[in-house]
Write a protein that binds this ligand. Structure first.
Ligand code: NAD
Length: 404
């Protein structure tokens, strides 16, 4: 059993930082959650959970009752500092914007003491631990990091919508700048994780995370490319994919309206940027997936033209089903394009999760509409559509329902 540590989680009001802080406190560590979002820190300090996730409120309330989880705007002297701040894309250059990491480092560097461990959980390009974090710590403290201050990367694989389960059960990759850092970081994660922990070095760990998300992006792009080709030929792409997947070594994904979120739409560029002279496939896959919202908007516009409908109900704003996260959501892009291309159309655009609706009735919303388009199939929407299909069709002016 690892000795309980004092741990600062920087970015603790976020999707990754909050579950992590709660799980570490539940495992018995003394945790300080730190965030620059003062409103959320205030709520979290007052026992209000700010993240809607399966099982999150219950676990947060349980841990909040102990004195092991506190929140603050500023870090304190600790044994371990875990950084889980955003690493967005610099849209023009396609480089990782590491400014949040840099400012998180600025707040903890004055507190670092010999033997401390700094863990980067944020997704980062290869060599960030060595070339940025290690060098800054060496430059701005009296410590040579080899052995004095430990640095590791523990990339996160958890899936919003099922964060707590995945935090606890997924296999993890942990890579330190030194073997001591790898060992201590694996002990910290091993204190709450039931998944297998695979040990490596920092550069490999950084690369693994990007390789995983790029794999997802490229495979989605292939499914989307098939949709573009087979729609062009008037061949049903879903039938093609379903039958192709009976091949024992083929598993084609489903096409969609595009790729969004904070990871898959962004991380492939970090990998590409690390070797743009040799990487050919990544930008192509990104181009295909980025085109899908426009393709979807055109499909909808063509359909609208055919039935001359004017009142359209569009449902689903998040980047994927069953989450309230709208970051990089292709659904927003689809609606923006429709509105730009045909300002005459009256669109009601809603999402029970992202709009935080206390009660939601698809039947009520569909009343007198000419068309219902479901861009994101949250479970609640699928369920209501299935249950009330006949009634929904009856209350609509023209019963046109398209589900993507
Ligand atoms: N969300 C996911 O599904 C997911 C999955 C795997 C990896 N990641 C990676 O984890 C990292 C965090 O992502 P997220 O989705 O939790 O982001 P998020 O925006 O939900 O949370 C980040 C938090 O960091 C805070 N923050 C920013 N700068 C800060 C600073 N200097 N000091 C203290 N707090 C600061 C923000 O206020 C915010 O609350 C990113 O690198 C992301 O790519 C995210």
């Amino acid at each position: 059993m690892i000795k309980k540590k004092k741990i600062c989680v920087i970015g603790s009001a976020g999707y990754i930082g909050l579950p992590l802080a709660v799980l570490l406190a539940q495992a018995g560590h003394d945790v300080l959650g730190v965030d620059i979002n003062n409103e959320k820190i205030q709520k979290l300090s007052n026992g209000i959970c700010t993240l809607e996730e399966k099982g999150m409120d219950e676990l947060y309330q349980k841990v909040y009752q102990t004195s092991r989880l506190r929140f603050s705007s500023n870090p304190e002297l600790s044994d371990v500092y875990i950084i889980a701040v955003p690493t967005p894309l610099e849209k023009k250059t396609k480089a990782a914007d590491l400014s949040f990491i840099e400012s998180a480092l600025s707040t903890i560097i004055p507190l670092l003491r010999e033997g401390n461990l700094v863990i980067l959980e944020s997704t980062i390009p290869p060599l960030t631990c060595r070339n940025i974090v290690k060098k800054r710590i060496e430059r701005e403290t009296k410590y040579n990091t080899l052995g004095k201050i430990l640095i590791a990367h523990c990339p996160e694989r958890a899936f919003p919508g099922n964060l707590l389960f995945e935090f606890t059960n997924n296999d993890r990759i942990i890579g330190g700048v030194t073997k001591d850092a790898t060992k201590l970081a694996s002990e910290i994660y091993g204190s709450f994780s039931k998944g297998k922990i695979h040990l490596t070095d920092d550069v490999t760990a950084e690369s693994v995370k990007l390789a995983e998300n790029t794999y997802r992006d490229i495979n989605i792009a292939y499914a989307n490319e098939l949709k573009l080709i087979f729609d062009n030929l008037n061949i049903n792409v879903k039938d093609v994919i379903k039958l192709a997947n009976f091949h024992p070594r083929v598993n084609i994904l489903n096409p969609g309206i595009g790729v969004g979120g904070h990871c898959i739409a962004i991380d492939p560029w970090f990998l590409w940027k690390s070797s743009p002279n040799v990487s050919k496939m990544i930008p192509t896959a990104r181009k295909v997936n980025n085109f899908m919202p426009e393709f979807t908007a055109n499909q909808i516009l063509n359909h609208i033209k055919k039935i001359s409908s004017k009142n359209i109900l569009i449902v689903g704003k998040s980047y994927k089903p069953d989450v309230n996260d709208k970051r990089e959501s292709p659904a927003l892009e689809v609606v923006k394009i429709i509105e730009e291309k045909n300002p005459e159309i009256r669109i009601k655009f809603i999402d029970p999760l992202t709009d935080n609706l206390k009660s939601f009735s698809l039947l009520e919303e569909a009343k007198d509409m000419d068309m219902l388009i479901i861009l994101v199939s949250h479970s609640v929407i699928k369920h209501q559509l299935q249950k009330n299909y006949e009634s929904i069709v009856k209350v609509m002016r023209m019963p046109e329902i398209i589900q993507f």
